[in-house]
Design a binder for this molecule. Sequence first.
Ligand SMILES: [Zn+2]
Length: 145
Amino acid sequence: MNMKTANIFDAVDPVRRKIMSAIRSRDTKPEKAVRSTLHAAGYRFRKHLTGLPGRPDIVFTKRRVAVFVHGCFWHVHGGCKTWSFPRTRSEYWSIKLQGNARRDLLNLAKLRADGWKTVVIWECQPTKVWLPKLKRILGPAKRRR
Ligand SMILES: [Zn+2]
């Protein structure tokens, strides 16, 4: 991080910074919703497996599938109607969000190079959009009952 970026980062007021860190914490609402849907569908998985690039939110170790549940704003969902770049501090946000998006792409590429299948679920996507797609990649769930 160069000095210019650091200064822009410091310019974020404490309240906003607190909100930001809360939003970015683990186990966000969309993550929980995706997990419980998958669980109800009979799938078993690990979460936040450390040591994998980008720390995927949901990991199917045997199937080697890594799933990210991305917030549309933080991860720059292209063409998404639920967010837009903030009008204030636009330079700060532009640098910040583009950095996030770049890091995401890099992590996905690393995972794929390592033989993982990767799936990104956007928080704006309804279950009927992401679930069938993910099921195709995962194959049928093993039902234990
Ligand atoms: Zn979106």
